[in-house]
Design a protein. Structure first.
Length: 462
């Protein structure tokens, strides 16, 4: 069974979709104007040390100072820590809102078969590898010469020694580069371990086949993803197809409508019920409603449909953190046990590494947790605003620029006029949006700004 990876790159966004059995399984979105910081390696500068908190605050070039706890600093660096110290750090928990990110100076560089621990020594082998554990330790020790620590991942037992050695050498090369350049890179610099922003996302994917078809509308991006797969997933055989930059690949493969539905809170179930997904700062709440479903006295089928769809939506939208599913109340206590076991089966099938489920409470709440790897879809493209005390959701600027690109991809004429709402003047000029659109789509763009566009973000005209 071949699987499909669709990479649609534009000025504003990189959208990646994994398709299996002709179904969209999961999505990744990179907002080019506000990229995710999770797991990124930064060159930071200590700006404050608070001994009562046992932590230092570090400037990594973002608006908010990030927190680095003493226990997450190697001893040799902790002893020399002072205000003004330059230090390489990794974002372990990207924060939204007013909070600063959480950092660690114990840096790791992740591959498909191994993890390099830059500031440590020693070799650990996955507990799921039962055979040849000493062989893996000796191999890594021979290659690394105890310069860096390593964790051998479960996948390592399924590949040849040649493939494993190739990845180990790459990880050592990157760790060495970091050690040699961290003192000369400017404050706020990002140390890149790969050329694609969705590398860790791709490594997390459960590929059912060793054959992968890749569709991409950007030549540089296609080369980068092929190099990444050759380095970290060399057992995968790829078939690549390059499309023109103005090709709307999500439309081409028939998933654009599904993508846009993933930005909506309401999802209809096949029995007529629905679930409504609401995000708060602390958690995600998924409410189950009977709606058009014929329930009568038995709500078990409705709750079962809802659990399945809710879990698949969490994977597709990359929802993470605490997730509460508010099931339709049932008086049958045995139903709660069966539904809990059903949820466990689905998680084991679709997302066993990141998602955990807890028993249904007396008031019918199914509780889930899912580890954060990348930003959820709604954080990449949507933002919440409050007007007259009411919470409303609107598109982020990157998504608005992408909507313009959707229209430009359909235009064959040599020039166009774009009228922006006046409030977008600063964003458009600061990010050089017009020049980027002209260069990408080979079109001459005349720009105006208007105070009359109160409900529309922009308007295109000849």
């Amino acid at each position: 069974m071949r699987e499909l990876l669709v990479i649609d790159k534009s000025v504003a966004l990189t959208r990646v979709a994994k398709i299996s059995d002709n179904k969209l399984k999961t999505l990744f979105v990179d907002n080019h104007f506000e990229q995710s910081r999770q797991d990124k390696i930064y060159i930071g500068q200590v700006i404050d040390i608070v001994k009562s908190l046992q932590a230092a605050f570090v400037d990594i070039g973002t608006d908010k100072k990030a927190m680095l706890h003493f226990k997450h600093i190697p001893e040799n660096e902790r002893n020399n820590l002072k205000i003004g110290t330059r230090i390489a750090v990794q974002v372990t928990k990207e924060q939204m809102g007013d909070k600063g990110d959480r950092l660690s100076a114990f840096i790791n560089i992740t591959g498909s078969y191994a993890v390099c621990l830059v500031n440590e020594t020693g070799i650990a082998v996955s507990k799921k590898i039962n055979d040849n554990r000493d062989y893996f330790k000796e191999l890594v020790q021979t290659i690394s010469q105890n310069k860096f620590g390593f964790i051998i991942r479960t996948n390592a037992q399924y590949v040849s020694e040649e493939v494993l050695i190739k990845e180990l050498n790459y990880l050592i090369q990157k760790a060495t580069e970091l050690e040699n350049t961290k003192q000369v890179l400017a404050k706020g610099s990002i140390f890149k371990t790969e050329q694609i922003t969705y590398g860790k996302w791709l490594l997390q994917q459960k590929l059912e086949s060793n054959e992968l078809d890749i569709l991409c509308n950007d030549e540089v991006e296609l080369n980068n993803i092929c190099n990444f797969i050759q380095t970290f997933m060399s057992h995968i055989k790829t078939t690549n197809k390059l499309y023109p930059v103005n090709e709307a690949l999500f439309i081409t493969v028939g998933i654009e409508k599904i993508f846009k539905e993933c930005l909506k809170p309401k999802v209809w179930l096949k029995n007529g019920g629905n679930i409504v997904i609401e995000h708060t700062e602390a958690m995600t709440i998924i409410d189950v409603n009977s709606a058009k479903a014929v329930v009568k006295k038995d709500v078990f089928p409705l709750n079962k449909f809802a659990i399945e769809e809710a879990l698949l939506q969490c994977i597709k939208r990359n929802i993470c953190g605490i997730i509460i599913i508010d099931l339709v109340e049932t008086e049958n206590s045995n139903d709660k046990v069966v539904l809990y076991e059903y949820a466990k089966e689905l998680i084991e099938q679709h997302d066993p590494k990141r998602m955990k489920v807890y028993k249904i409470t007396d008031i019918g709440l199914l509780q889930l947790t899912r580890t954060r790897v990348n930003r959820p879809l709604h954080e990449c493209l949507l933002e919440s605003v409050y007007q007259l005390g009411l919470k409303q959701t609107k598109y982020q600027m990157a998504h608005i620029i992408f909507q313009i690109e959707e229209k430009l991809r359909q235009i064959s004429q040599p020039s166009i006029k774009i009228t922006f709402a006046q409030q977008f003047y600063g964003f458009v000029t600061k990010n050089n949006i017009v020049n980027k659109l002209e260069e990408t789509y080979k079109i001459n763009i005349n720009v105006e700004y208007s105070n009359d566009l109160t409900t529309l973000y922009f308007k295109l005209s000849s």
